[in-house]
Design a protein around this ligand. Structure first.
Ligand code: GAL
Length: 378
């Protein structure tokens, strides 16, 4: 009898350990999915749909080469934001057509998914760099699916807002472009010889469409969706309203924070105010985060301080923003979602998720070794 009891106890213990749910967040540690594998969804974003959270991100592979898209966009699902089920690859890169926009080996970064109630479709936007062209293409990609988890079908890639002027365009942008400016190519990720307006990058790219690299999506309470992207050689952010089906830009957009080189933008809304968390422009290396707010999505936007405080705040706790998650069912509960990139072994990238506090309505992020949802009850 005693032996039988011991066997039962051991069986229960083993079962419990195997199915053990993660009870909270441990930023920077290995984060295992339901199969026991470190989550592979970098530069990601989260969609909440029908009581389920979906996390989409870049699927990386081992080594330095793993920064390129060899697989596609990985999707996970969860009901509590801590335990994630592997839902597989939502958007696969194309393996049998080297000329395809999203052919394997392209750069496909910062995928985000939103749901369009009118069309009943899930729409994914991502930053695309064509294979073999470094970061020169600076395009936006769009894919669509009937199901949150995919499979997503590639629709198109392009440079946004071709032939459109932003709401806050200045006369100087409309002036004829000198040929040497028109042909100017600024390599790398954000080094310009002068202020972006003095070489009129907006005007330079008017016809062909604006450059779009680090990007995010935001859906407002009224159902309108916005695309925010680092443009004009990363010098300037654009916030651009999407068309009703979320598949294109509407042509209604603004430029903000010109010459601030903001990357990794994440928009959210709290008590009617719009907030932005972003980073500086230093590639995979971490830097100090930026924050800003506005009473209206189209401005005026005011820059606030580095939202991070405490040790390593100047490095965003060795992370870079990728999304801000509004926690459902809790008031004023937002999670900063960041990446601790590991460029030498991309698949080992870690996730830094931290609660956002508000002091005088301004966002504050503090390091926490371990935390759980109860922080939002305090
Ligand atoms: C970062 C950017 C990442 C990736 C990286 C490549 O600045 O936020 O998404 O593009 O540069 O160097």
């Amino acid at each position: 009898m005693a032996i039988k009891n011991i066997i039962i106890a051991v069986t229960i213990f083993v079962f419990m350990s195997c199915t053990q749910q993660q009870s909270g967040f441990t930023p920077g540690e290995i984060w295992k999915d339901d199969k026991g594998v470190h989550i592979n969804a970098h530069g990601g974003g989260v969609l909440f749909h029908n009581n389920v959270y979906y996390w989409y991100g870049e699927h990386k592979i081992e080594g330095k080469a793993g920064n390129k898209a060899e697989v596609g966009v990985h999707c996970y699902s969860s009901t509590n934001l801590t335990d994630w089920k592997d839902e597989g690859i939502a958007l696969e890169v194309i393996k049998n057509d080297t000329l395809h926009d999203i052919t394997a080996g392209c750069v496909l970064e910062r995928p985000k998914v939103i749901y369009n109630a009118k069309t009943d479709k899930f729409v994914m936007w991502f930053h695309l760099e064509l294979k073999g062209q470094g970061y020169k293409a600076a395009r936006s990609g769009v894919a669509i699916s009937d199901k949150a988890t995919g499979p997503y079908t590639f629709v198109k890639s392009f440079r946004p807002n071709a032939g459109m002027w932003p709401i806050n365009v200045q006369d100087l942008h409309k002036a004829p472009i000198a040929p040497e400016v028109k042909n100017e190519y600024c390599g790398g990720k954000g080094c310009l010889p002068a202020h972006p307006d003095s070489i009129n990058l907006l005007g330079r790219d008017f016809e062909g469409g604006q450059m779009a690299r680090d990007q995010n999506l935001f859906v407002d309470d009224d159902g309108k969706a916005y695309h925010i992207y680092s443009s004009e050689e990363n010098s300037t952010l654009h916030i651009s309203q999407l068309s009703d089906d979320f598949l294109s830009e509407s042509g209604n957009f603004i430029r903000i924070f010109s010459e601030r080189y903001m990357e990794a933008p994440a928009l959210f809304k709290r008590n009617g105010m719009y907030y932005l968390i972003a980073s500086d422009c230093t590639g995979w290396a971490p830097n100090a985060a930026r924050s800003a707010w506005a009473p209206n999505i189209f401005g005026p936007w005011t820059e606030l301080d580095n939202p991070c405080v405490g040790e390593e705040a100047e490095l965003t706790f060795r992370s870079q923003s990728t999304y801000v998650i509004p926690v459902q069912g809790k008031k004023d509960a937002f999670i900063y979602m960041g990446d601790r990139w590991m460029p030498e072994n991309a698949i080992d990238g870690r996730y830094i998720w931290l609660p956002i506090e508000f002091e005088e309505d301004k966002p504050i992020i503090k390091w926490m070794e371990k935390w759980d949802m109860s922080v939002f009850d305090e």
